[in-house]
Design a protein around this ligand. Structure first.
Ligand code: AMP
Length: 178
């Protein structure tokens, strides 16, 4: 008999908190135990894609680097393409770039100029929504190509950082909220 689908509570129980990584004061949410468990990994993908049927999304856009893992699996499930948003300097072809503010300084993400067709229906996925800087920069790149974000979906949301505020105009959904 197939096992019951994994619940958000079960997935949350597998996420490992690593204090002071990558720097003091940050509590890192380590999702590798979720990936390593076939039932939890499948459950995470089912939950991230639950609003959509195969064929209703043209592209799943994933954010460098852990977002790629979830977005690629979601794309396969939805029979959609996969499009990477990468850190600056990693993509080989012509790119559009978008800078965003960090606590100290700034960072830049990039997407190939021909990654999405105008009007393409996009599901944007990352592992975790914190301040929203990364996801809003990725959303800006999607919008620049004239594609439409149906939803921005995250396995984890750190609600106290108000990342949703930066994603106004785009439906945001998260599976596990801290
Ligand atoms: P932000 O731009 O602040 O929303 O940060 C989101 C990005 O940083 C995501 O790609 C996450 O993978 C990563 N990130 C931020 N905070 C954490 C954390 N506490 N644990 C794990 N990843 C994090």
């Amino acid at each position: 008999m197939p096992s019951a689908p994994a619940t958000p509570q079960e997935i949350a129980a597998a996420i490992r908190n690593v204090p002071d990584f990558p720097k003091p004061g940050i509590q890192f949410k380590d999702i590798t135990p979720v990936l390593a468990d076939p039932r939890l990994f499948a459950g995470a993908i089912d939950l991230l894609t639950e609003k959509f049927k195969p064929g209703s999304v043209d592209a799943v856009v994933g954010i460098d680097a852990r977002g790629f893992i979830f977005a690629a699996a979601a794309a396969l499930k939805l029979r959609a393409g996969f499009v990477p948003v990468r850190k600056q300097g990693k993509l080989p072809y012509q790119t559009h770039e978008q800078a965003y503010a960090l606590e100290y300084g700034s960072a830049t993400v990039a997407m190939h100029v021909d990654a999405l067709k105008p009007g393409a229906r996009v599901l944007l996925i990352d592992d975790l929504l914190a301040t929203g800087g990364t996801a809003s920069a990725a959303a800006a790149l999607v919008n620049k190509l004239g594609a439409k974000i149906l939803e921005a979906a995250f396995l984890i949301e750190l609600q106290f950082l108000n990342g949703r505020e930066k994603l106004k105009g785009c439906p945001v959904r998260s599976i596990i909220v801290y």
